[in-house]
Design a protein around this ligand. Structure first.
Ligand SMILES: Cc1cc2nc3c(=O)[nH]c(=O)nc-3n(C[C@H](O)[C@H](O)[C@H](O)COP(=O)(O)OP(=O)(O)OC[C@H]3O[C@@H](n4cnc5c(N)ncnc54)[C@H](O)[C@@H]3O)c2cc1C
Length: 414
């Protein structure tokens, strides 16, 4: 590898993985440092149209990042105008509402929007091309570090030399493993069934989180689609074996199970497109950095989707790392050096572990049958519901606007 790297193409930064995290980082770096700073993104998935059928809740801070790098304008986003939380057994006829949120973090700024993953990814790819990011349709196959650079071999046989390699290659990050960085965590034994549901009545921008004994059942509002009508995305948590059973049911039986949970408050419902299952886990990498290497997004951490925060956390990584690299490069420092990368690690690791613990605690508190625990949590939710200042703090925290917020998440260009 060393010999071939001498004649290799060069890039200041090479990013393995063209998901949300990898592409957003590439765009932010080019915008911050201009055309003399070369950025390459390598991902075999860049060959075709994005196939992710999920939708994501994008909190206010992450929306500001997308606005600032110029991709938000290209996606149709549905604002979440309010949210209700219920806590009941599946057999309960009525689900009392324990907590309501009206969704603004400030005047006219909803705390979150729903977007469809495929549309946002397509917009990011287009923007990356416009900004002159070099896109390679190949995987990062191998790499070797030297003092001055990292030599990266792609799966198409090409070799590139970079000052910094970024692992943005998702939860099963091969780059993280190849670098010998272990990840601590576990599987929940729960999986999320994800589907798009068409319904007769307008959701009016309302998100619903129903805490059922098997786990949370979320109904998240999507933009009206003239060819389908009113739509919502569901994230339906079950024990993994039960999720596999349910998702494989014939249409009519699946519909019956869905209706027991979804209810009929939005009128008749029907499934649009495919139903998919995602196994759920919690993991945090032992370190987010090494000499000439940084981890972002799911490559660094995976959390339970109970609070819809996984991608939002990845975008905080992106905003913090972009700021650290841009600041260093402007001062003439080496962006791949440990001294520079340590600022990123200090900024992000504690916050990540705290969010991992919080989402894990929420899931354990709510995904069970105990009547005593239900009483305790419902009293807690009831108290929060009666304290507007505390609710506003929770909303701002969930929207990513509390703590040392990086510039891009405040809506400021680098
Ligand atoms: C059911 C469910 C619902 C969710 N809902 C939300 C939500 O509402 N809000 C939220 O914030 N988060 C949510 N999340 C989390 C969110 O989807 C992830 O955090 C996010 O997709 C991670 O983005 P990423 O760019 O880090 O990784 P990924 O999206 O996984 O992208 C990784 C990319 O790396 C590529 N790759 C893999 N190996 C290599 C290699 N060796 N070389 C080069 N490229 C490689 C892959 O092809 C892929 O394109 C949810 C997750 C689940 C499971």
């Amino acid at each position: 590898m060393e010999a071939s790297a001498r004649s290799a193409q060069r890039s200041d930064v090479l990013i393995g993985g063209a998901g949300f995290a990898g592409l957003a980082l590439a765009i932010a770096l080019r915008q911050g440092l201009g055309p003399s700073f070369s950025v390459t993104v390598a991902d075999p998935a860049l060959t075709g149209a994005a196939k992710d059928e999920r939708a994501s809740a994008i909190v206010a801070a992450a929306r500001r990042l997308f606005e600032t790098i110029g991709v938000w304008q290209a996606v149709e986003a549905q604002p979440i105008l309010d949210m209700v939380v219920t806590d009941s057994r599946l057999s309960d006829v009525v689900r009392p509402v324990f907590l309501t949120f009206e969704g603004d973090v400030g005047p006219g700024e909803p705390f979150a929007h729903m977007i469809e993953n495929a549309a946002l990814l397509a917009a990011l790819v287009e923007k990356a091309k416009d900004e002159g990011v070099a896109l390679r349709t190949a995987a990062v196959a191998d790499f070797a570090f030297s003092n001055e650079r990292v030599s990266v071999r792609l799966s198409d046989g090409d070799t590139l030399a970079a000052r910094l390699l970024i692992a943005a290659d998702g939860a099963r990050s091969a780059i993280r493993e190849r670098a010998g960085i272990s990840s601590h965590g576990f599987r929940y034994g729960q999986s999320a069934i994800v589907a798009t549901i068409a319904h007769e009545r307008d959701h009016r921008g309302r998100a619903e989180e129903h805490f059922l004994p098997a786990g949370p059942f979320a109904i998240l509002p999507l933009k009206h689609d003239p060819s389908v009508g009113h739509r919502s995305s569901i994230v339906w948590t079950e024990q993994t074996h039960e999720a596999a059973r349910i998702v494989a049911l014939p249409d009519a039986e699946f519909h019956a199970e869905l209706e027991r949970r979804f209810g009929l408050h939005l009128g008749e419902i029907s499934v649009v497109g495919a139903r998919r299952v995602h196994p759920l886990g919690l993991s945090v990498a032992r370190t987010f950095i090494a000499h000439r290497l940084a981890l972002v997004g799911d490559a660094a951490h995976v959390i339970h989707p109970i609070a819809g925060q996984g991608l939002n956390m990845g975008l905080k990584d992106v905003a913090a790392l972009a700021e650290v690299i841009v600041d260093a490069a402007r001062l003439g420092l080496d962006p791949g050096s440990l001294a520079v990368l340590e600022r990123y690690q200090r900024w992000r690791r504690f916050d990540t572990v705290a969010m991992g613990i919080a989402t894990d605690g929420l899931n354990r508190l709510f995904s069970n049958q105990s009547d005593l625990l239900r009483l305790v949590r419902d009293v807690g939710l009831g108290v929060v519901d009666r304290l507007p200042a505390l609710k506003h703090l929770f909303i701002c925290e969930a929207a990513g606007l509390v703590g040392e917020v990086p510039k891009l998440l405040r809506g400021e260009a680098l």
